[in-house]
Design a binder for this molecule. Sequence first.
Ligand code: ZN
Ligand code: ZN
Ligand code: FE
Length: 762
Amino acid sequence: MTRRLEITVRGMVQGVGFRPFVHGLAARLRLAGFVRNDPHGVEIEVEGPSPAVDAFVAQLGTSAPPLARIQEVLTRERPAAGEKTFVILRSVGAGERTVLIAPDQATCGDCLRELRDPGDRRYRYPFINCTNCGPRYTIIRDVPYDRANTTMAEFSMCQDCRAEYENPADRRFHAEPTCCPACGPHVELLDAQGGRVACTDPIAETIRLLSEGHIVAVKGLGGFHLACDATRAEAVRLLRRRKQRDLKPFALMVRDLDTAARISEVSDEARAALVGPERPILLMKKRSGHRIADEVAPRSDSFGVMLPYTPIHELLMEGPFEALVMTSGNLTDEPIAFTNDDALTHLMGLADYFLLHNRAIHIRTDDSVTRVIAGRQRFLRRSRGYAPFPVALPVESAGREILAVGPELSAALCLTRGSQAFLSHHLGDLYNLASYDAFLQAVEHLENLLAVAPSLVACDMHPAYASTRYARSCGLPVIAVQHHHAHIASVLAETGRTDRVIGVAFDGLGWGEDGTVWGGEFLICDLGGYQRVGHLAVVPQPGGDVSSKKTVRMGYVYLLEAYGERAERLAEALEPDLSADERRVIARQIDRGVNCPGTSSMGRLFDAASALLGICTENTYHAQAPMELEAMAWEARAESGVYTCAIEETGEGACAVRASDIIRAMADDFGNGVSQAICAARFHNSVSHAAVQVCKRIREKTGLETVALSGGVFANAYLLERIMPLLEEEGFEVLLNSLTPAGDGGVCLGQAAVAAWRCRCV
Ligand code: ZN
Ligand code: ZN
Ligand code: FE
């Protein structure tokens, strides 16, 4: 029997080779009909024998092209029209646009084969791409996604490229960034003064310069990297000096999985993530016997490793390197440089040479950073390769699109459309003017791409954050969401939960509603609201931010809490970096309460422990002391000792965890000659146990059985991998972030989810 079926496919189905795929599938099944793009995705009609039509629908979902993400397939029976052929029709363009824009994708296998095939017309061409791979988000200026709306607009296609572009049977059918050596962009090598280096092959010359120990700024997909040979200590040292970055680890790029496995411990999950089309940087434990210079990641137990993701990288990695340092092209804390002018002005003096090209990057996008924790890849930074792929919200925003502007540090922002939340690329720390500019540009970019004008803004409660001030200046209704509520809401949004849970939010800091700085919080919450039912006992943070940087100060504060008068003698022994004068100043600040907020921050507790064990006395980069403490704990991974600590009722029906008990027991141990590693492990174990105790108390009072864990402290794999099984043994269901960072990069998602829920209820 002949049947005709109308099929509407929604999701990421444009610019990813979907129409040629549909064409091919229909041809194989001998079906007639048509396919075309419309503003919501792809519209198909097929006609033929019923079993073939069924097979078509089934295979549409199972064998779609690699970059396609199907969100919805709607079908409707139609009267047969007696057609005999299958055709690709012109797109229909008018109306509201809801099709998804693809993130940038690593070079695909087919393109790599052509890149290395001397007979191919794109042999060794550094910009080879196709519908299955290449730049997307970083080159798109506007929707619809046509070449004219990308930074490839200025290159007009040659006849050969045009023929491929127009041939439905070709892999490059409607591949908007397609090009070749005859018609596309080119690379160019400049010296430190910006003068052209005369050479026939800029890539081969770059390889030669790198292997001689030079530092080269390399223009990639979302911005510039500073590259050098990672095995040459003097080159890496020089790069550190020029970047004014003493200790923060540099990312590495390696040729292949074998090399990655030679220098680091690659788990199965990490292996899959490394070769995926998103190509994030994966943090993995160092392996002994590697040849990488110590200066790449001093005092760290891990390397951040990625595989090549553009043809330029693929060609560079043919050089004789075990690995290249590939660190973002900026001075510490500035956004990554992404235009040629940017690079030449800002990286002058940092790089010896510049490998540039003339394909513009429209929106700078840093590398994403992930780590396998508790058996799954989790985000430390979600950016290139993932932005702007959306996260589905468990609630529709009732026709009011929401701009959620995130917090202040490691920020990202998010824009909703219907029930989808689109997260931006990583924006950095917004107190930095250049980062704030990037923030403004990202707002505009996302609004353009999604063709959405928000009617509501969600922000942090912190009144001084640049993002909050921006939100207040928009002239739109504003919903301020408490920072830790937003952290937990990000987990609820990701996991599709609208019920009440116990939220455990551990991080460095967030604006508390009682005038103290929060960061070790236990909440009862759902998307609508929260109640603070537990927290770390509040301690003074003399000098505010100074004590976030100088960890010895928090070490001293906790000694005072734990030992009272006896703290002096211990501080002398444990904290030689903190002078008697400094201690006096701190004590006076605490006494007078001047510039001395109270804090329940878990980050500060980790800082204190790290300082008191003599591991890290100053955070020279974000979360350095906690990371070094964690690395130390892994050295005693079998240790099961736990320090007990009191959990006290606070009078308002909440409880406070007296973490100074843990610090006292740990300092006693350390004073008695117990090793740093065992003390660090016991510290982690103790925090885990205390958290589980509090969750049990909350369950007794409320009957809630689900715990959501979030906040930057849960980038700590040792901690998460202790807390999670403990909670599960106690019968709790545990929810975690896996689509967005547990850290502040995920806060915008939580803000959007809370705001969407609240305006649904109005
Ligand atoms: Zn390709
Ligand atoms: Zn061409
Ligand atoms: Fe936070």
